[in-house]
Design a protein around this ligand. Sequence first.
Ligand SMILES: *[C@@H]1O[C@H](CO)[C@@H](O)[C@H](O)[C@H]1NC(C)=O
Ligand SMILES: *[C@@H]1O[C@H](CO)[C@@H](O)[C@H](O)[C@H]1NC(C)=O
Ligand SMILES: *[C@@H]1O[C@H](CO)[C@@H](O)[C@H](O)[C@H]1NC(C)=O
Ligand SMILES: *[C@@H]1O[C@H](CO)[C@@H](O)[C@H](O)[C@H]1NC(C)=O
Ligand SMILES: *[C@@H]1O[C@H](CO)[C@@H](O)[C@H](O)[C@H]1NC(C)=O
Length: 223
Amino acid sequence: MHILTTLVATLLCSSYNVRLAVAQQEEQASTEYTKDDEFKDAVMNVSNTYRKQHNATALAWNGSLAEGAAEWSERCVFEHSGGPTGENLSSGYRNASASIIAWGHERVDYDFKKGGFSKETGHFTQLVWKATTSFGCGRTECNGEGGKEAPGWFVVCNYYPPGNVIGAFTENVQGQVPEEEQPEGPRVSAGWCLWGGGEVGWKGSSEVVWVAVFVSCLGLWVM
Ligand SMILES: *[C@@H]1O[C@H](CO)[C@@H](O)[C@H](O)[C@H]1NC(C)=O
Ligand SMILES: *[C@@H]1O[C@H](CO)[C@@H](O)[C@H](O)[C@H]1NC(C)=O
Ligand SMILES: *[C@@H]1O[C@H](CO)[C@@H](O)[C@H](O)[C@H]1NC(C)=O
Ligand SMILES: *[C@@H]1O[C@H](CO)[C@@H](O)[C@H](O)[C@H]1NC(C)=O
Ligand SMILES: *[C@@H]1O[C@H](CO)[C@@H](O)[C@H](O)[C@H]1NC(C)=O
C-alpha cells in the first residue's frame, strides 16, 4: 500500500512538474520583445516589407523617435501622446512581428481608390505612408487589465514626417504593386545590415541577393 501511494504521488508530482515547465515556457516572453536588437529587426522587417509591397521606400530607424516611443510605452496607458509625430499603438500581441502585422493587415479594409482616414485603417495608412521616411519604436511589458491599462506587451511606434495627413491619402497610400515593380530595399545603413537577410519581400532568396546584401554591409564596414 505504501509503495502504491508513493508511486502515485511520484507520478502525480512528475506530471505536475512537466505541466509547470510547459506553462512557464508558454509564459516566457518572445525574445523579439526582450532583446533590443531582435525587437528592432522584427519591427523594421515587417514594416518595410509592407512598405515595399505598397511602393513606398524603406523607413530608416530614428533613434530619437525610438527613445520617445519607449518612454511613452513605459506609462502603460493605451492612449496617444499627442506629440507632433505620427504614432501607432498596439498591445497584447505575442511578439513584435505580430504587433506590426496587425497594423499591416488593416489593408484588407482600405479603399485605395477613395482614400481617406478611418480608425479601422489608420495604422496601415501610416505604416505605408509614402512621405514618411523614418520611424522608431519602443515597448514595455505592461500586463494591464481593462480600462486604459495596456494588456500584455505595449508597442509604440512614432513616424516622421507624420502620415495620415488629410487630403494627401491617395498619393501617399498606394495599392499593392507587383514584385518586379517594388522599390529597392532600405539604403545601406547599419540598421539594414542587421535587418538584412535577403528574404524580406525580395524576389526569391537567390544567392545574388545574399551577395548584394553582404557586399553592401561590407562597404559600410570599410567606410
Ligand atoms: C522578415 O519577415 C518575413 C515575413 O514578414 C519573414 O519571412 C522573414 O523570416 C523575416 N526575416 C527576418 C530576418 O526576421
Ligand atoms: C511607384 O512609385 C514610383 C516612384 O514614386 C512611381 O514612379 C510609380 O509610378 C509607382 N508605381 C505604382 C504602381 O504606383
Ligand atoms: C496610427 O497612427 C496614425 C498616425 O499618427 C494616427 O493618425 C492613427 O490614429 C493611429 N491609429 C491608431 C488607432 O492608433
Ligand atoms: C509571433 O506570433 C504569431 C502569432 O501568435 C505566431 O504565429 C508567430 O509564429 C510568432 N513569431 C515568432 C517569431 O515568434
Ligand atoms: C528623427 O525624428 C525627428 C523628429 O522627432 C526629426 O526631427 C529628425 O529629422 C528625424 N531624423 C531622421 C534621420 O529622420
